[in-house]
Write a protein that binds this ligand. Structure first.
Ligand SMILES: [Zn+2]
Length: 67
C-alpha cells in the first residue's frame, strides 16, 4: 500500500531566516538536508522538523477520518 502521505507537502522552517521551504514527505524521507536562500544545507534531522511532520501526519489522519 502506497501512503498518500508521501505526496503531502511539509513546510520546513529555516532556523536562520524563518522562511518555509515546501517539500513533499517523500522528498524529505530521501534527503538529509534542504537548501534555503540563506543556508544551503539545513539539516532535516531535527527535533523541530520531526514535530512539524508529526503534526502534519496527525492532521492528515484527522482529515481522512472526516471523509
Ligand atoms: Zn533561510
Amino acid at each position: 500500500m502506497i501512503s498518500q502521505l508521501a505526496n503531502t507537502a511539509i513546510r520546513i522552517p529555516c532556523s536562520n531566516c524563518n522562511c518555509k521551504t515546501i517539500k513533499s514527505m517523500k522528498w524529505i524521507k530521501t534527503h538529509d538536508a534542504v537548501a534555503c536562500k540563506c543556508e544551503p544545507n539545513i539539516s532535516l534531522n531535527t527535533e523541530q522538523l520531526k514535530s512539524e511532520i508529526a503534526r502534519d501526519e496527525s492532521s492528515f489522519a484527522a482529515l481522512n477520518l472526516q471523509v
